[in-house]
Structures are given as structure tokens and as C-alpha cells.
Design a protein around this ligand. Structure first.
Ligand code: ATP
Ligand code: MG
Length: 737
């Protein structure tokens, strides 16, 4: 026990020993908040508390597993009786036991987001409403937000929407189903209304802890409150600078007002960071200091020396990914690291494809956390199944998939019928022709088959006539595939369409490398699909979104895709300033995952979403310069690179030189005064980062201001992703923010 406490600094030790009453630990990244929770659990057990009476809530399953295994290593088998889980899995378990109190059956099903949308569509149709006025996906978002925040009026705009909400709930009930949000709601409902149940749980959980408290929403904090007994032994830890779920209804006031909510709260602040070196910490602090809506915080480390943060300016997204993977291979060799010491973080899943392809190319084992591998995603598999049957008319599995995209009324029985033809030695085309001739089955299925057969013939003919990318375009159109995705899904309708366009991009790239036919492309995608070379026990490079990386740490972290419109994400640029601050907190989360090495990169052009976008580097990279006297950056000296991993100071120097060559006077605080764009009230001075509106091109972000007076030029990055340059005086740009 002494050893356990000896490992902690005095503030941490105080927080661990303060086991009675409400406790709040607020501290920056890497200061040992999660360690306080795990140490507290062990401390309680060593003091004789039964693990059965301890509840710890975390945010992700991965975090829960990690916490459990850390405790297990110290306390052994006792850890089995602990409850360490996410909010959702806690509630699911609770409801399986207790839902009878609401006269419901414990065999309820849990609807995921796509089931929810399907259900909402049915509801909206049955109310004789037009889906275009009440898109199911939007309604799902609204309903979820209401359930998470309780803010009914703020989100539902009229009586009809209230009715949809009510009808949706009835439909769920009729099917004995519940959505993720209901898990929390119904749990609270039972605890609130059935005193005996509440008593039982309150008696059981004598010690409650919550990690990442800054990301809890109203209903989650309510649940904790309902579970908390008279003893009020509640310890929450969090960091408001890492609050990144506001868009999903997380309520930062839960942590900010914790001490008013629980009078007598003891507050502990941790200031020593144990994770990162000084240069990384300085960089992280410079990032978060740009946010206005925050309380200043001190963080220090005794790991004073360290490598400078490196920034790399890449020509394209493809080269960026390749350089990252090569750098990982080199670092691993030179410094005797494991692949699992590396993480590559990105803003959204669509950015992972290039990384995955390069990992495969260089045989670097990887795991994509919190996302399906690109070629395993539904939309990609759908499309590939059409390619497969064109290339190989005996691929029954792909045929069985393709014929249901979109559904054509050909059910299992009809498919069995078709299979008997196939079994007699016919290929897919022949099977369909014969089944149509024989009228093998009737009704809607027959019509569906006739249509599918005609489509199939076209697809075969097109494959001989057109190159793969054109073929793909024709397929998507013929299937009305985007519309199908829209009708089908939600969470990720946007990312599904992004992925589809990514597939197109990938094809175009392969065509540039000489691929001409679908079958060659199939070979390529089958190869990248090949997981055989990955040994499951071998350590792997971690590829994940920043959201998924919350709470984790790695020796070396790469944050890629640091371009305006990508990270920060375009939607947050168009939105209010709060969401830009949330986006910056997300960047802060990303950079604070690094222990010893931090690499940041951006690409001037990125071929995502099916087209080439010219991008400017992220505004987040324009921090005040820190640690100018750190070890100078060394060139890695590798071939085929468009640049090198320069340190921050290098980078600024390079840009300055470039600008002065253009005759521009810009400084890197990006404040360029002088006559800028005008509006009706006179001259407005513009600086990069400003949001402006142009009469014909709409809203955009100023990316560069050059020169002065009448010769001043302003470049603006518009929402159509194009950068246009204007003579400032004449452009009539209206400054919005
Ligand atoms: P985040 O805000 O990212 O969730 P955190 O505050 O939860 O970070 P931890 O993950 O608990 O921080 O700790 C960061 C790292 O520092 C871990 O590797 C942890 O083991 C180590 N650490 C924490 N406290 C100490 C300590 N007193 N002595 C040595 N190492 C420590
Ligand atoms: Mg933590």
C-alpha cells in the first residue's frame, strides 16, 4: 500500500486518500488524472472495501479495459468484482435486470443509429409527411440531442416534430426496442420512480468515480446523482480543455459547477505532467492558450530536454501518408521502438485510406481503432461486389450481396431457386436469363430480377468500353446509390459518401499508375485487403481519429491532415466561434497524446472526396513560436520526399522567405494591417483567418494578405474549397468575423 502511494506526487496522493465525500480533480493532459482513479480503486481495495462496491465510469470501452487491467495487475482476482464500464454498457446491464419495473420485457433490442433512422423513416411515412421536409437523419439528431440534454424546446421546431418524436417513442415501445439514449433515460426513470431499486444500488455502490467528466452530458450527470447515496463518495476527474463532445450535447458546466452542485467538494489541482517532454508541453500550451473561453492552467514537467516538435509541409496527401509510414519505419529501426509505440491521428476516418495503403505497401502492421478498415466498409463492399460479379461471373457470394443493393424483393427463397440454376453449372448471367425465361418466381422479386439482369448486362458491356473510374461513376448513377445510402443511413451518411468518393479517388490514382481494367483494380484491392501478413500478436501502429485517442498516450504521435477545412473541420469554420474553440481543444487532445516525439503535417493538395483540393495549412499551426533554441531539425535525408520534417522554427523561416520573394510584407502573427476589403461603411482591414463574404462566391476564410494600399491582394479560401485572389480594394469583401 505504501508503495502504491509512494508512486504519487503529494497532490495526487491527497486526491487518492480523500475517499469520503465529493472530490473534484481538474488538471491538464497527462497530469495523472486517470492514474488517480486507478490508484484510488486500488487504495480502497487495500483498505478493505469490497470491489463489488466500487463503480468507475469511463468514456470508451478501450479506456475501461485499460483501467481494469491496470487494477488487475496490482490487486489480482479481486478486480473481477469491480464495475468499470462505459455509461451505455452500465445502463444496458442495469436494464436487463430491472426493466420489468416498467412492465417491459428484458429481451429488448438495442437500436443502433441506422436502425433508429430506419424506424424514423417508417414513422414519418406513416404520418403522411414528406421526408424531404422532415429528414429522418436530422430528426434522429434532434431526438438524440433532446434526450441527452432535456432541451425539448430548443430543438423541436413545431408541433409536427413533437408528434414525430412521440410516434417514434411509441414505435420503439411496440417493438420492444430502445435506442442508445433511452438506455440512459430508462435507467434514470427507474431509479427515480422506484425507491427500492434506487436504495439497492445506492447501498451497493459506496464509491463512485468518473473519468473524463468534462464530456458528460446532463443525463449522465443525473444518472450519477441518482446512484449516489447519502455518503456522497463521488470522485470525478477531468480537464475542461479537453472537452470535445459539445456537438453531441456534452455539458461543460457539469465540471465547472461541480462544487456548487455538491457543496463541500474538495478540489485538487495537478500541475505536473508526467507524459510529455517540455517542448511538446510548451507547444500544447501555446495551442490551448489561443482559446479565449478558458481558465489559465499551469503544467510543468521535469523532462526538460526533448526533441522539438516537427512540422512538415507536403505536396500531397499521398506523399504525406507515405512519409509518415517511412518515418515510422526509420524511427523504429534507429531507436529500437515497437510499432505499437506509434500513433497516427487524423480528424476524420476518411483520411485513413492512404495510411492503410502505405502500411500495406511497406508491410507495416497496423490497427485502425474505432473504425472499419476502408475496404471492409459497407459502402465499399457493396460496390466491390458489383465489380466482382462483372470480373468473375461465378462469384455467388458477391452476387447475393449485389442483388440486395438496393433491395429488389428477391428474398431468401428466390435466391435459393436461383442457386439451383447456378448449381447446375451456369454462370450468374446465364442463371438470371434462365430464371427470367422460366418465370422462376413471381411478384416484385421477378420484376427486380428483370431489372437487375438488364443492369448486369450493362455493367459487363461498360467494363469493356470504359476505364474503371468511369465505369464506377456509371454504376453509382445506375443504382442511384447515393440516394440509397441516404435513405438507409445516418451516422454516417456523410462519411459513407466520402468513402465512396475516396474509392473513386483510389481508382483514378491506380489508373495513373497504369491500371486499365476492373480486374486489375480488383487484384489491387484484394491485395490491400490481404491481412495474412499481419501477425495478430505482433505490435501494430495505431491509426485512429483524435476522438478515439482521448485518454491514451504513445511514444511518438503524428497528427496529419492539418489543413484549414480538414482540421479544423470545414463545418466548424462556418459555425459559431465556440465550435472553433472545441476544434482547437481537439487539436490540443491530439498533441498531448505524445510522450517523446510529436510530428505535425499538412498537404497542399489532398485528393479526398473524389476531387483534388488545394489546401492551406491549418490556422492551428500558427502558434506563437516556442523553444527557438531547441536542437535544430535534422534532415532525414530520405529520397522521394517533398520536404522534410522541419522543426517549427524552420517552418516559419521557410514561409517568411517565400513571402518576401513575393514582395509581401507579412508577419507570422498574421496581423497585416492596411486597407483591406471594403464594406459600405468604409475600409476594413483584413488578416488571415478572417471570415469574409463575397457577393458571388459566398463565405470564405482569408488565407493570405499581400502588399498594401491599392495593390493589396487578398486570397480567400471558399467553401467550394477553391482559393481565389482579389485586389482587396475592389473585391467588396464583407468581414463576418
Ligand atoms: P489525459 O488528460 O490525457 O487523460 P491524465 O491526466 O489522465 O491524462 P494519466 O494518463 O493518468 O494522465 O497519466 C499520464 C502518464 O503519466 C501515464 O503514463 C501515467 O502512468 C504517468 N504518471 C502519472 N502520475 C505519475 C506519477 N506520480 N509518477 C510517475 N508517472 C506518473
Ligand atoms: Mg486520463
Amino acid at each position: 500500500m505504501d508503495q502504491l502511494l509512494d508512486e504519487l506526487n503529494p497532490q495526487q496522493r491527497d486526491a487518492v486518500e480523500a475517499t469520503d465525500g465529493p472530490v473534484l480533480v481538474v488538471a491538464g493532459a497527462g497530469s495523472g488524472k486517470t492514474k488517480v482513479i486507478t490508484s484510488r480503486i486500488m487504495h480502497l481495495i487495500q483498505k478493505g472495501v469490497s470491489p463489488y462496491q466500487i463503480l468507475a465510469m469511463t468514456f470508451t470501452n478501450k479506456a475501461a479495459q485499460e483501467m481494469k487491467s491496470r487494477v488487475e495487475r496490482v490487486v489480482g482476482r479481486d478486480a473481477r468484482d469491480l464495475t468499470i464500464s462505459t455509461f451505455h454498457s452500465f445502463c444496458a446491464l442495469f436494464l436487463r435486470r430491472e426493466i420489468a419495473h416498467l412492465d417491459r420485457d428484458s429481451s429488448f433490442v438495442i437500436y443502433d443509429t441506422s436502425d433508429q433512422t430506419t424506424c424514423l423513416k417508417r414513422v414519418i411515412r406513416s404520418m403522411d409527411l414528406e421526408e424531404k421536409h422532415y429528414p429522418a437523419q436530422k430528426m434522429r439528431g434532434k431526438i438524440s440531442y433532446i434526450k441527452n440534454t432535456g432541451d425539448m424546446e430548443g430543438r423541436l421546431s413545431n408541433e409536427i416534430e413533437h408528434n414525430i418524436y412521440r410516434a417514434y417513442q411509441e414505435e420503439l415501445l411496440a417493438q420492444n426496442a430502445m435506442d442508445f439514449d433511452d438506455l440512459l433515460h430508462l435507467t434514470c426513470q427507474i431509479l427515480e420512480n422506484f425507491g427500492e431499486v434506487q436504495e439497492r444500488y445506492r447501498r451497493r455502490f459506496e464509491f463512485i468515480m468518473v473519468d473524463e467528466y468534462q464530456d458528460t452530458n446532463q443525463i449522465q450527470s443525473k444518472l450519477i446523482n441518482l446512484l449516489l447515496g447519502e455518503h456522497r463518495n463521488l470522485c470525478v476527474v477531468g480537464d475542461e480543455d479537453q472537452s470535445i463532445y459539445g456537438w453531441r450535447g456534452a455539458d461543460i458546466t457539469n465540471i465547472l459547477h461541480f462544487d456548487t452542485h455538491y457543496p463541500g467538494t474538495r478540489v485538487f489541482k495537478l500541475e505536473q505532467n508526467y507524459r510529455s517532454t517540455q517542448p511538446i508541453l510548451d507547444y500544447a500550451n501555446a495551442v490551448i492558450n489561443q482559446n479565449k473561453l478558458r481558465k489559465p492552467k499551469k503544467l510543468w514537467t521535469d523532462q526538460e530536454t526533448g526533441l522539438p516538435v516537427r512540422i512538415r509541409d507536403e505536396y500531397s496527401g499521398g506523399i504525406e501518408a507515405e512519409n509518415i509510414i517511412q518515418e515510422i519505419m526509420g524511427l523504429r529501426r534507429r531507436h529500437d521502438l515497437e510499432f505499437s509505440d506509434f500513433a497516427v491521428l487524423f480528424r476524420s476516418n476518411a483520411l485513413s485510406r492512404m495510411l492503410e495503403e502505405n502500411c500495406r505497401k511497406y508491410r507495416v502492421p497496423f490497427q485502425l481503432i474505432g473504425g472499419l478498415k476502408f475496404y471492409d466498409r459497407k459502402e465499399i463492399k457493396d460496390i466491390l461486389s458489383f465489380m466482382r460479379i462483372v470480373v468473375n461471373p461465378r462469384d455467388w457470394t458477391s452476387f447475393a450481396r449485389a442483388i440486395g443493393v438496393p433491395p429488389r424483393g428477391i428474398g431468401a427463397k428466390s435466391q435459393d431457386k436461383l442457386y439451383t440454376y447456378f448449381n447446375s453449372g451456369l454462370d450468374i448471367g446465364e442463371v438470371m436469363a434462365r430464371a427470367i425465361e422460366d418465370k422462376a418466381f413471381g411478384g416484385r422479386g421477378y420484376k427486380g430480377l428483370v431489372a437487375f439482369e438488364a443492369l448486369y448486362r450493362n455493367l459487363v458491356a461498360w467494363s469493356k468500353e470504359y476505364k474503371p473510374s468511369v465505369w464506377l461513376g456509371k454504376l453509382v448513377k445506375a443504382l442511384d446509390y447515393k440516394d440509397y445510402l441516404e435513405r438507409l443511413d445516418d451516422v454516417g451518411i456523410e462519411s459513407r459518401i466520402d468513402n465512396l468518393e475516396e474509392l473513386l479517388t483510389s481508382m483514378e490514382e491506380q489508373e495513373k499508375q497504369g491500371i486499365e481494367t476492373l480486374s486489375q483494380f480488383m487484384d489491387f484491392s484484394a491485395l490491400v485487403n490481404d491481412q495474412d501478413d499481419v501477425d495478430p500478436d505482433q505490435p501494430r501502429v495505431n491509426l485512429m481519429t483524435v476522438h478515439a485517442a482521448k485518454g491514451l498516450e504513445f511514444d511518438t504521435v503524428f497528427v496529419m491532415g492539418l489543413e484549414d477545412g480538414v482540421f479544423p473541420n470545414q463545418r466548424t469554420l462556418d459555425d459559431n466561434p465556440n465550435s472553433l474553440e472545441e476544434e482547437r481543444r481537439l487539436f490540443y487532445v491530439a498533441v498531448t497524446r505524445a510522450k517523446r516525439r510529436l510530428y505535425l503535417s499538412y498537404a497542399r493538395s489532398r485528393q479526398t472526396y473524389g476531387k483534388v483540393n488545394r489546401n492551406i495549412k491549418s490556422r492551428f499551426l500558427k502558434q506563437p513560436i516556442v523553444n527557438p533554441d531547441q536542437e535544430p531539425a535534422r534532415s532525414t535525408g530520405r529520397p522521394r520526399t517533398s520536404g522534410r520534417w522541419g522543426s517549427l522554427d524552420d517552418q516559419v523561416g521557410k514561409m517568411e522567405a517565400k513571402l518576401s520573394a513575393l514582395g509581401a510584407k507579412a508577419d507570422f502573427s498574421n496581423v497585416v494591417n492596411g486597407g483591406g476589403g471594403q464594406d459600405s461603411s468604409g475600409t476594413v482591414s483584413l488578416q488571415s483567418g478572417d471570415i469574409v463574404e463575397h457577393a458571388s462566391f459566398g463565405v470564405g476564410t482569408v488565407s493570405l494578405v499581400m502588399g498594401r494600399g491599392s495593390s493589396q491582394r487578398v486570397s480567400v479560401h471558399f467553401r467550394d474549397k477553391r482559393i481565389r485572389t482579389f485586389i482587396a480594394e475592389k473585391a467588396n469583401l464583407k468581414k463576418l468575423g
